[in-house]
Design a protein around this ligand. Structure first.
Ligand SMILES: O=c1ccn([C@@H]2O[C@H](COP(=O)(O)OP(=O)(O)O[C@H]3O[C@H](CO)[C@H](O)[C@H](O)[C@H]3O)[C@@H](O)[C@H]2O)c(=O)[nH]1
Length: 333
């Protein structure tokens, strides 16, 4: 039994591949390596290429008729980049998803699990989001994901494609067995900057301390990447129960993944100190341009349909991220 993973050489896709492999499902990785890492494909069935390449997708299904589902992670994901170059984001995230879906339908591959974002919701007054929250994407990245979901929903109704769309926010951590992790050695996100400050011995700057939250700093739903990857496996395992074939179901189901509480930047600093010790320093600084107060995701539906909830703590994720940062440095030298 196999699963096709587009973007399987990326941070999340490679972790998903490891979870499936641990459960006896062989990953078949399709990745352009534009942002993916060749070392994350080592020892795996790997096709280097584009999800829009119909001949390639046909060849993959011809060579692996035992693929049971497609996990679609291939995408561009950096919000500020999407604002600078929206065309590229719509081409890759939207047009190529349309092409890929056509190739899947042609090959009779009707099960897709789509890696989406909870960043498309307008948060409720308490900053929570659930599947019923209004959609109000704020940048080309989240808009490209929302539009991709809309087109997939239409193809489900018209062509019998079936899609489970998993929406989540900020993945952190690394494969606990350190087979893969974040590719970039210069991350700009909060935990990446914390690790950088810790290693340089300089204070971490808390950018934004005047938000209306429990401690004035912004909220994010940081979630361990292994937990997210487990949800993809649960979705594949329960696919036909969640989206039954040949039924009244519209063929398209959205499930949010999150912790149900979120973490402020100050809470992230406290968790970081739990791991590295009290000497770690942080100081207040102005908010970054374009920053938002943030949101957290209610995961009740994920529990009902997938029997999924996060298992790793923020401290676990920090520990794994630190271990991965060290390993990545060792691999680079
Ligand atoms: O050195 C830093 C870096 C970040 N923050 C704060 O930490 C919070 C979270 O920031 P992140 O950058 O970790 O997360 P964002 O959700 O703001 O955005 C990031 O995560 C997204 C994924 O969910 C996209 O990938 C996006 O491009 C990327 O910047 C923000 O309030 C930010 O101001 C700091 O206090 N200090």
């Amino acid at each position: 039994m196999k699963v096709l993973i587009t973007g399987g050489a990326g941070f999340i896709g490679s972790t998903i591949a490891s979870v499936f492999a641990e459960h006896g499902v062989t990953p078949v990785v399709l990745d352009s390596l534009v942002t993916g890492r060749p070392e994350f494909t080592e020892g795996k069935i790997f096709y280097r290429g584009d999800i829009g390449d119909g001949d390639l997708v046909d060849a993959i299904f011809r060579e692996h008729p035992d693929i049971i589902a497609t996990v679609h992670c291939a995408a561009l994901i950096v919000v500020p980049d999407s604002m600078r170059d929206p065309q590229r984001y719509y081409r890759v995230n939207l047009t190529k998803t349309l092409d890929l879906a056509g190739h899947l339908i042609r090959n009779g591959a009707d099960r897709m699990i789509f890696a989406s974002t909870a960043g498309m919701y307008r948060p409720e007054p308490d900053l929570s989001v659930s599947e019923t929250s209004a959609l109000d994407p704020q940048n080309p990245y989240t808009r490209s994901k929302m539009m991709a979901e809309l087109l997939l929903g239409d193809l489900c109704r018209a062509h019998g494609l079936r899609v489970i769309s998993l929406r989540y926010l900020n993945p952190i951590g690394a494969d606990p067995r350190l087979r893969s992790g974040l590719q970039s050695s210069k991350p700009t996100h909060a935990l990446g900057k914390m690790i950088e400050s810790y290693e340089l011995g300089v204070p971490f700057k808390i950018t934004g301390v005047d938000w209306e939250t429990r401690d004035g700093t912004a909220v994010r739903d940081y979630i361990h990447v292994w937990d997210i990857a487990r949800a993809f496996h649960e979705a594949a395992t329960r696919f036909d129960t969640v989206v039954p074939p040949l039924s009244d179901h519209p063929g398209y189901e959205v499930i949010n993944l999150g912790t149900g509480g979120g973490t402020t930047v100050r809470e992230l600093v406290t968790a970081f100190r739990e791991v590295v010790g009290d000497a770690f320093r942080a100081e207040d600084a102005p908010a970054r341009p374009g920053d938002v107060v943030g949101a957290f995701v209610r995961p009740d539906k994920a529990w009902d349909l997938l029997r999924w909830k996060p298992e790793y703590t923020i401290e676990d994720a920090i520990r794994h991220s630190l271990e991965w940062a060290e390993r990545r440095r060792a691999l680079a030298t």
